[in-house]
Design a protein around this ligand. Structure first.
Ligand code: SF4
Ligand code: SF4
Ligand code: SF4
Length: 164
């Protein structure tokens, strides 16, 4: 996804579009070459997933790791990279997770007039801005795409989109 597509995704919440149902594949934030997943992970026992304390790495059917934010988020702890012996993931390649995060106005309770701060509290970056205690939006300058806010939303109003 290029920057124009990303902007379209992020700004579409303003237009109140439907929840994003597109399947997204979000990789752990330590890879260098995307093709390494296909080359190396097939023959690996998936220690990255085993050692992720947040349990957000799942090994897909193709045996490559992907992130899920359905229960928790990424602390950027480096454990998955340290565990990866084939060096698909390496600490030196640490980066912001390749995912856009947005709040869907049509399903967000706060945008519908009900006071709710469920997403604000878990955000350690203070990256969710409220206008007069309502209408939350993600501050893209601050958001690290950690995903911690996603599972805390009672109305499943926070979407992700992989940027790769
Ligand atoms: S950095 Fe830590 S929390 Fe994030 S995916 Fe890797 S092991 Fe899990
Ligand atoms: S530990 Fe490394 S090689 Fe193994 S599945 Fe995870 S990313 Fe792939
Ligand atoms: S994904 Fe962004 S907005 Fe959500 S908790 Fe993480 S930093 Fe905050």
């Amino acid at each position: 996804m290029d920057r124009r597509e990303l902007f379209g995704f992020l700004s579409s919440s303003v237009k109140g579009e439907e929840r994003n149902t597109q399947e997204t594949i979000i990789r752990p934030p330590y890879y260098n070459d995307m093709s390494d997943f296909d080359k190396e992970c097939r023959n690996c026992d998936g220690k990255c997933a085993t050692l992720c304390q947040e349990q957000i790495i799942i090994i897909s059917e193709d045996k490559t790791p992907r992130l899920t934010f359905s229960k928790s988020g990424c602390t950027y702890c480096d454990d998955c990279a340290i565990a990866c012996k084939p060096n698909v993931l390496q600490v030196q390649n640490k980066r912001v997770i390749d995912a856009g995060i947005r709040i869907n106005e049509s399903t967000c309770m706060s945008w519908c007039g009900v006071m709710c701060f469920s997403c604000k509290d878990p955000c350690l970056e203070n990256a969710i801005d409220f206008q007069a205690m309502f209408m939350p939006t993600i501050n893209q300058e601050k958001c690290t795409s950690c995903g911690f806010c996603i599972s805390r939303c009672p109305s499943l109003a926070i979407d992700t989109l992989a940027l790769i």
